[in-house]
Ligand binder design. Structure first.
Ligand SMILES: *[C@@H]1O[C@H](CO)[C@@H](O)[C@H](O)[C@H]1NC(C)=O
Ligand SMILES: *[C@@H]1O[C@H](CO)[C@@H](O)[C@H](O)[C@H]1NC(C)=O
Ligand SMILES: *[C@@H]1O[C@H](CO)[C@@H](O)[C@H](O)[C@H]1NC(C)=O
Ligand SMILES: *[C@@H]1O[C@H](CO)[C@@H](O)[C@H](O)[C@H]1NC(C)=O
Ligand SMILES: *[C@@H]1O[C@H](CO)[C@@H](O)[C@H](O)[C@H]1NC(C)=O
Length: 953
């Protein structure tokens, strides 16, 4: 008896566990929300983060996959509940200075995490060892916090790590390397970035850290307390481009084989205690920036290799104990901008007379033993010879004998040919002279290739790069402004950035989240001049609707009073009870307001809530936001029923929104039927529905955005994509497979009813996708073979049998597909100047000749006739598809088989493709059941029902 109750309880417990699994994410997010202040206001709209479309949260199949909340002014900590979000891939909480406390060890449970980005928060305490469990991590950015303690050795287990940034914390101890028992950073053979600067790391740089397996490009250990010598193994990491070991206490000789690092562009070894000879760097032929200052190298003469480094912009060897005469050739290095050889023993005559670099800004030779100076006439550079014998004679008054007054380089992005207005409080005038509240912050470039901070060309090109990036990812940015370049104490180039919103005077949340993430995640890439950057944002105070401090809600739920007896069964019962109660309570809170269909209004004659698979409901507000208020620029097409807009979700995914125009919305019931149908369709060659909007009187369908537009556009040469025979075959096969799926595999089977080249879209890889099910008909069980319906479709593609009998069968789609096949080889509209494509091909055709003698009607861009293998069979197949009688046409499964065999004949491995669309669709109104393509009727219809256009403006 007891055992049976036990079993029962275990079963109940497991069931509760399973049925509430999908609520676990909501529960953890609610816990985060409880812990944080200033969460986005739409987090208060309900408690289902996935269905409710919370700002900054992305879900896949009702599980939270990304949390990106950069610059939201969040305050609070990071509670352990985060560990329950087991599908989480991206966590970015950057630029929330108010986030404090330690990084919970529960973070190690997020096994699917790829990006962990907490830049510029105030987290403190040690980084938990459990971080080493995040095996999929590629980006780990914990920089600019207050982390203390050691670098966890377990980071060595992150074998997929690409980017490790722990800069600017208070980390101590040595750099961990593996020793057979414990892991270490030497195991990170996929990492390209070790950014550990500006901490308090100590001990030697372990020789084991480096090996020839590594692909590191940026090694940044500056400003720590590292001791010992530079390990010779460093010379094994040939991929290195930036090496910063400056501002430590490194001693001993620089290893000879550092000269093997032939890809290094920027090297800083300054401010250490290095001894021995000045290192031989002749191998670094692409070196731009070299700083060896403030070391105690052996006394030596000016290294002979100086002037062989023809890419140098900057040479800094202040206090390095070198003497002798400077070779004149040094100054003719073409890109040279800045030379600092002050406080050395240079002697003889300074010669800057032969062909000096025209970019030379400053030559600082203060405190040497130079006695004379020859200079090219009329050439003037900043030159400092103070504290040299040449300036010691009393009557000398030359400019180079006094210290220049320090002037900061000034730069500010120029105005775009406009006069700045005077702006209201807090607003700033953009480069386009519009007043707005910009998003501001600073770039920190840790190793720029240049040192002339006053050259506007480099900043202007950075601005252009930023703008084209923001446009490309469709963030609502009007313009950006860069200003006030300076060097900070770590010798980072600091540059202020202002990002101005487009449209409004302030950014909304999605705008800030998008811009913040692009910069915290390093999605924006600089070009070589600037190399690696870190961006630290300032608070953005102009977000709409920041919610006030929240009352803490009590989550602790139930306290079970007394436990009777010590029996295991009872404990299990209690556990199950507590768990169920809590989950129920939380889940109830979570579903109260934001069930995915909360917006579904059954009173509108639309029946019950729709049964959807994987599609979500959007509010009008959301779609309005994603399309920039349905702006003109986002309008990508027009069809009979309304407009198509392009938009992007907060996670960056592009979407196409089909918006029914007022007046052409269908009944709620019809709309519901349509989205239920669409949400069940999942195939590579069929455009996928992402969601819908049935809100504020609008009916919209949200599809994945298919980048290369319609097949029609490509056939008409409007897309710039050249479709050769092979591509056309692949497209035909893909579309056929999509259609076959709808007929044979979709449940219930679907007749498309409007197959045409405008409804076949091509994705980035030219995979064809069948689109636009606006007219689709599912076949009910009672009516497995045909449905009788009002005739709809597009003239030219429409099955004449269907037109005349009103009996719709799958073979009607086959007919349309046959027309598409003919269009594929001729690139002609089905009805053009009163001529019908089917008849034209039949007329032109002579089966006894090569290529059936179709040269006249073939699209000239299809390729050379000698390469059109299988074309005859393709034509045969298409003509079978357009047989008058449906029962003489092949099924789509046969069409697919035959196309596969044609492709093999043509030497291709059968592949796949795509399409999308909107179409002006034909709806028959009259009572004329004569043949639609008979001479008379053709003449009658050809004016009115030519295929409509859908193409990007
Ligand atoms: C690297 O440098 C060392 C010392 O200069 C030299 O002996 C060695 O051959 C070099 N190794 C490679 C692979 O070039
Ligand atoms: C510097 O090293 C290169 C090869 O690594 C060698 O050929 C050259 O002689 C060295 N120069 C000096 C001055 O030691
Ligand atoms: C060298 O050290 C001095 C004294 O610590 C410091 O003022 C100077 O900035 C350093 N020079 C360079 C180029 O780092
Ligand atoms: C210049 O310095 C070098 C190296 O210190 C020394 O050998 C040479 O004699 C000096 N020349 C003069 C004119 O002082
Ligand atoms: C500024 O930089 C550009 C590109 O690096 C260079 O071509 C140009 O000569 C520089 N201008 C000046 C005045 O140094």
């Amino acid at each position: 008896m007891g055992a049976r109750i036990g079993q029962l309880l275990v079963i109940i417990f497991i069931q509760i566990w399973i049925t509430t699994a999908q609520n676990r994410d909501s529960v953890s997010l609610l816990a985060l929300k409880d812990d944080w202040q200033n969460t986005p206001p739409n987090w208060d709209d309900g408690s289902d983060p996935c269905g409710g479309g919370w700002d900054g949260i992305t879900c896949t199949n009702d599980r939270v996959t990304s949390i990106t909340l950069a610059s939201m002014k969040l305050t609070g900590g990071l509670p352990g509940d985060i560990g329950e979000l087991s599908e989480l891939q991206i966590l970015d909480l950057s630029y929330n200075k108010g986030l404090t406390g330690s990084l919970t060890a529960e973070i190690g449970k997020l096994r699917k995490l790829t990006n962990l980005i907490l830049v510029g928060c105030s987290f403190n305490g040690p980084i938990p060892e459990s971080i080493g469990n995040l095996e999929r991590l590629t980006i780990l950015s914990l920089n600019s916090n207050r982390f203390t303690g050691r670098i966890p050795a377990s980071i060595g287990n992150l074998k997929n790590l690409y980017w490790l940034d722990l800069t600017q914390n208070q980390l101590t101890g040595s750099i961990p390397v593996s020793n057979g028992r414990t892991p270490g950073l030497d195991m990170l053979t996929r990492a390209k970035h070790f950014h550990l600067g500006d901490n308090q790391l100590s001990g030697d740089i372990p020789p084991r850290l480096f090996s020839s397996n590594m692909i590191l490009i940026h090694l940044l250990f500056e400003n720590n307390q590292l001791t010992g010598s530079i390990p010779p193994t460093l010379g094994l990491v040939k991929s290195l481009e930036v090496v910063r070991l400056d501002r430590n206490s490194l001693s001993g000789d620089v290893p000879l084989n550092i000269n093997n690092l032939t890809n290094v562009n920027e090297m800083y070894l300054s401010n250490n205690k290095l001894t021995g000879p000045v290192p031989n760097l002749t191998g670094m032929q692409t070196l731009n920036y070299l700083d060896l200052s403030n070391n105690t190298f052996d006394q030596s003469t000016v290294p002979s290799w100086f002037s062989t480094l023809q890419s140098l912009t900057t040479l800094k060897m202040h206090s390095t104990n070198i003497g002798g005469e400077l070779p004149a050739a040094l100054f003719s290095i073409p890109s040279l901008q800045n030379v600092d050889l002050s406080n050395n023993r240079l002697n003889g005559t300074l010669d800057i007379s032969s062909n000096p670099s025209n970019q030379l800004q400053l030559v600082n030779l203060r405190s040497n033993q130079i006695v004379d100076f020859t200079q090219r006439r009329g050439y003037s550079i900043g030159l400092i010879l103070v504290e040299n014998p040449i300036c010691m004679e009393s009557e000398v008054t030359d400019g180079y004998c006094s210290l220049p007054t320090k002037t900061n380089a000034s730069y500010s992005t120029p105005l775009n040919n406009c006069t700045p207005p005077s702006c209201g409080s807090g607003q700033v005038s953009s480069p386009n002279c519009k007043c707005a509240y910009p998003y501001m912050g600073s770039f920190f470039f840790k190793a720029p290739s240049f040192s002339d901070l006053g050259n506007s060309t480099v900043y202007n090109s950075l601005r252009d790069l930023l703008m084209s990036f923001f446009r490309q990812v469709q963030l609502p940015v009007d313009s950006v402004s860069l200003k006030n370049p300076s060097r900070n104490l770590n010798d980072y180039l600091v540059l202020n950035l202002e990002v101005f919103p487009s449209g409004e005077v302030n950014f909304n949340r999605t705008g800030i989240l998008g811009v913040g993430f692009a910069l915290s995640n390093q999605t924006f890439k600089t070009k070589k001049d600037f190399n690696t950057y870190v961006f630290i944002a300032e608070n953005y105070d102009f977000l709409p609707g920041v919610s006030g401090p929240k009352h803490k809600s009590s989550n602790t739920g139930v306290i079970i009073g007394s436990i009777i007896g010590g029996c295991v069964l009872v404990i299990l019962l209690v556990l199950a009870g507590v768990y169920a109660f809590r989950q129920k309570g939380r889940a109830e809170r979570a579903t109260q307001q934001t069930s995915p269909f909360a917006l579904w209004d059954p009173t509108s004659g639309s029946g019950g809530v729709p049964q959807l698979k994987g599609a979500r409901s959007f509010t009008f507000e959301e779609l309005n936001k994603y399309t920039n208020n349905f702006s003109e620029t986002n309008n990508i097409g027009t069809g009979g029923y309304g407009m198509v807009y392009r938009g992007s979700l907060p996670n960056g995914q592009l979407i196409a929104i089909k918006r029914a125009q007022q007046g052409s919305t269908q009944g709620g019931l019809e709309f519901k039927t349509e989205i239920e149908l669409l949400s069940r369709v999942h195939h590579k060659n069929v455009v996928g529905l992402i969601g819908f909007c049935f809100d504020q009187g609008e009916q919209m369908l949200v599809y994945e955005y298919i980048v290369n537009g319609t097949l029609k556009d490509s056939l008409l040469g409007r897309s710039g994509i050249r479709l050769d025979w092979m591509r056309r075959l692949k497209i035909a096969l893909g579309a056929a497979r999509g259609l076959q799926y709808l007929h044979d595999l979709a449940d219930p089977p679907i007749i498309h009813r409007d197959i045409k080249t405008n409804n076949i879209l091509l994705d980035a890889r030219l995979v064809a996708k069948v689109a636009d099910f606006g007219l689709s008909k599912p076949l009910s069980d009672a009516n497995r073979t045909h449905v009788t319906t009002q005739v709809k479709g597009t003239m030219g593609y429409m099955d004449p049998e269907y037109y005349m009998t009103q009996q719709l069968t799958e073979k009607s789609d086959v007919y349309s597909f046959g027309v598409v096949m003919l269009e594929l080889i001729t690139a002609r509209n089905p009805i053009e100047k009163g001529k019908y494509i089917v008849r034209e091909v039949k007329l032109a055709m002579n089966k006894s000749k090569e290529l059936y003698d179709l040269h006249e009607v073939l699209d000239p861009t299809i390729g050379l006739s000698s390469q059109l293998k299988g074309l005859e069979r393709f034509v045969d197949l298409s003509l079978r598809c357009v047989e008058e009688m449906g029962n003489q046409r092949p099924a789509m499964s046969e069409v697919v088989k035959e196309l596969e065999s044609i492709m093999e004949l043509a030497g291709l491995n059968p592949g796949t493709e795509s399409s999308s669309s909107t179409s002006a669709s034909y709806e028959r109104t009259g009572n004329d059941y004569s043949h639609p393509y008979g001479n008379d009727s053709l003449f009658a219809y050809s004016g009115g029902f030519l295929p409509e256009k859908l193409h990007p403006k």
